[in-house]
Design a protein around this ligand. Structure first.
Ligand SMILES: NC(=O)c1ccc[n+]([C@@H]2O[C@H](COP(=O)([O-])OP(=O)(O)OC[C@H]3O[C@@H](n4cnc5c(N)ncnc54)[C@H](OP(=O)(O)O)[C@@H]3O)[C@@H](O)[C@H]2O)c1
Length: 332
């Protein structure tokens, strides 16, 4: 079903030219990432999309390049369920982008999957949604720093969710540790229908980690006097492939998924948060962009609000950072 965009056309006209900028976006086979890649290419950016290999990545990339035949667009294979794949993707980006990276948008995500371990032993949701993006950001940091020092700024944009708010506002260490497949099981049918139980707690933790990662980056950049901006967005509730995947994997009922689709705003309207963080000149480091900060902020134009104290505090920032460094085995 295609949902009509209510706010996107006017928002799109506010975005400046992106000519001369190199922008890396993860997860562009559908949804908000697809809208972002198309919009940024339309604004003249060099766009590098990172996707795992599939029919969806081949066809979405063919559509993107056909829509923008004169724009410099590249696809790099990257499976966020594997640190080895992320490291190889970063290597490919380094050779494709000697000019530096002006924006890294960590958009890709999965929701309410079963209690599965990745090949690296971590929860599939936490590794896909946060840990691999943490690794990617570290691997691309020298290119981001290079762009920032030449252009005066660069940005790292993460994609969180209203799900950061519930069921837990506390980031728990076990979800960032090598406990994949041992984090509560798959939940009952009733729990999964009610957005409750362990699948949704694991999603909540991964989306809380996206926000805490932004807070940790912002704190580090501010302390070090860096011109790099760290921002985070959420799309409210947008009609994308996310709900279908969750239903297919047993995380929600297909009735709920198609009902939700009717209630949700369009993928374009949902992409306004990340696109604001990526492109609006007034977007500042340490801001959260989305339809609002509460649990009912599911639709509407993206506006900025402050990072929230339940993850933007020293203990949570340090927990997020130390556990993520340990997980991806970096020496920082
Ligand atoms: N839609 C909403 O209402 C909503 C609400 C809150 C937050 N969000 C967040 O918005 C972001 C974008 O999601 P969306 O709603 O646009 O959903 P979507 O249409 O399902 O897009 C998700 C993207 O992530 C990619 N992805 C998933 N697993 C991957 C992996 N292992 N390696 C590489 N790419 C992978 C998917 O690629 P494949 O084709 O390979 O699966 C797809 O391109 C996510 O971070 C999500 O948590 C969405």
């Amino acid at each position: 079903m295609t949902t009509t965009s209510k706010h996107f056309p006017a928002f799109r006209r506010r975005l400046p030219s992106m000519a001369g900028k190199t922008i890396v976006v993860t997860g562009t086979t559908s949804g908000t990432g697809s809208v972002a890649a198309d919009t940024l290419a339309g604004l003249g950016a060099k766009v590098v999309v990172l996707n795992r290999k599939s029919g969806r990545s081949a066809s979405s990339f063919a559509l993107l390049t056909a829509a923008h035949p004169d724009v410099d667009i590249h696809q790099v294979e990257c499976d966020l369920q594997s640190f080895e794949s992320v490291r190889a993707a970063a290597e490919a980006v380094r050779s494709l982008c000697p000019e530096g990276v002006h924006v890294l948008c960590n958009n890709a995500g999965v929701m309410a999957l079963g209690d599965q371990a990745t090949v690296d032993g971590f929860d599939v949701q936490m590794q896909t949604n946060h840990l691999s993006h943490f690794l990617l950001a570290q691997e691309l940091m020298s290119l981001i720093e290079q762009a920032a020092s030449e252009a005066g700024e660069a940005r790292i944009v993460n994609h969180s969710s209203v799900a950061r708010l519930r069921p837990s506002k506390t980031l728990l260490p076990q979800f960032l540790e090598r406990n994949g497949g041992n984090l509560g099981g798959d939940g009952t049918r009733v729990q999964n229908m009610m957005f409750g139980g362990p699948r949704w707690l694991r999603y909540n933790q991964s989306k809380l980690a996206n926000a805490a990662f932004t807070a940790a980056l912002h704190h580090r950049f501010t302390q070090g006097g860096s011109p790099i901006k760290a921002l985070v967005a959420h799309p409210g509730f947008a009609s994308t492939h996310l709900q279908q995947t969750a239903a297919h994997e047993g995380g929600m009922s297909s009735v709920l998924s198609s009902f939700g689709d009717r209630f949700a705003q369009s993928a374009e309207d949902g992409a306004m948060g990340i696109l604001s963080c990526i492109g609006l000149p007034e977007a500042q480091s340490g801001q959260f962009w989305g339809p609002g900060s509460g649990t009912n902020a599911l639709r509407g134009p993206a506006k900025p609000f402050a990072l929230e104290s339940f993850y933007d505090n020293e203990e949570t920032r340090n927990l997020l950072w130390d556990k993520s460094v340990q997980a991806v085995q970096l020496e920082l």
